[in-house]
Write a protein that binds this ligand. Sequence first.
Ligand SMILES: NC(=O)c1ccc[n+]([C@@H]2O[C@H](COP(=O)([O-])OP(=O)(O)OC[C@H]3O[C@@H](n4cnc5c(N)ncnc54)[C@H](OP(=O)(O)O)[C@@H]3O)[C@@H](O)[C@H]2O)c1
Length: 293
Amino acid sequence: MRVFVTGASGFIGSAVVTELLGNDHAVLGLARSDAAAAKLAAAGADVHRGALGDVASLRSGAAAADAVIHLAFVHDFANWADSIRLDIQAVETIGETLAARGGNLPFAIASGLIGIAPGRVATEADLPPAEWPRGRSEMILRELAGKVRTSAVRLPPSVHGPGGGGFSQVLMAMARAHGRTGYLGDGSAKWPAVHVTDAARVFRLAIERAPAGSRLHAVGETGIPLREITGAIASRLGVPVGPVDAADAPKLFGFLAPFLGLDASSSADKTRALLDWSPLGPKLLADIATVLK
Ligand SMILES: NC(=O)c1ccc[n+]([C@@H]2O[C@H](COP(=O)([O-])OP(=O)(O)OC[C@H]3O[C@@H](n4cnc5c(N)ncnc54)[C@H](OP(=O)(O)O)[C@@H]3O)[C@@H](O)[C@H]2O)c1
């Protein structure tokens, strides 16, 4: 297939481009800058110039492909509502374009896992809470099912590998800046994780064979206690680690503070069975010890 990939120049997008090109697909990657265009061309992808806010560029990209993987996102936590609005607009635009063409064309988007099912292990059966950040985008996919073969690929807060580590990478940067790290309470809240190459494989399998309306969990590890994640960061950086008072959390963790007490444990049992997918890449703590920067 010729796959239009938004966010193709990003951390996960780059792994998705490699995964697609290595499995007999062609890639048309969205690029908003010369640097992104050069990166995509060097990887062997065709370049589609445009931007998330430029709906005409999203329409023409989706019209020129057999499938779409949507990964572009503005990670501006100070203007989170605007980022979500732009994401919803992009999902609507691409979805409408594919629906108008008919033929149940595949469309996979990135979604998340924090807050899907607080207090228990989240599964693919869980619908997101109404107010949840990517909830509207997932709902649009459900509405398109029947006309478009949609999949929401839910990613853990730490997609990790060379070049990135999601929230764990941010925690590491904050630990470096403050000369210490820590956790809330006893640090037993758990975050799931996945290696970036394993996540990329889920996106490829999603467009190849997931049924319409799929919710897929690209989860390699169900849940790693924050005590262990921050302990690995402390060992890597040689900084102290310990419990942090809730009142000090915003100073030490910035925008991540509200997430540190949230257990986001998630299973991928249905995804593994549906796609015959198993995670193969290194585990998060190993990557924190050697690969994350
Ligand atoms: N990394 C994780 O651990 C993680 C965890 C959960 C969910 N996710 C989600 O997975 C998706 C991909 O994440 P990532 O880690 O690969 O992000 P990333 O490395 O920050 O890449 C973001 C991509 O979006 C593009 N982009 C940003 N603003 C754009 C705009 N206005 N117009 C066009 N393109 C734009 C970037 O292009 P440039 O190269 O030009 O900047 C880049 O290709 C996102 O939806 C993210 O929220 C990631």
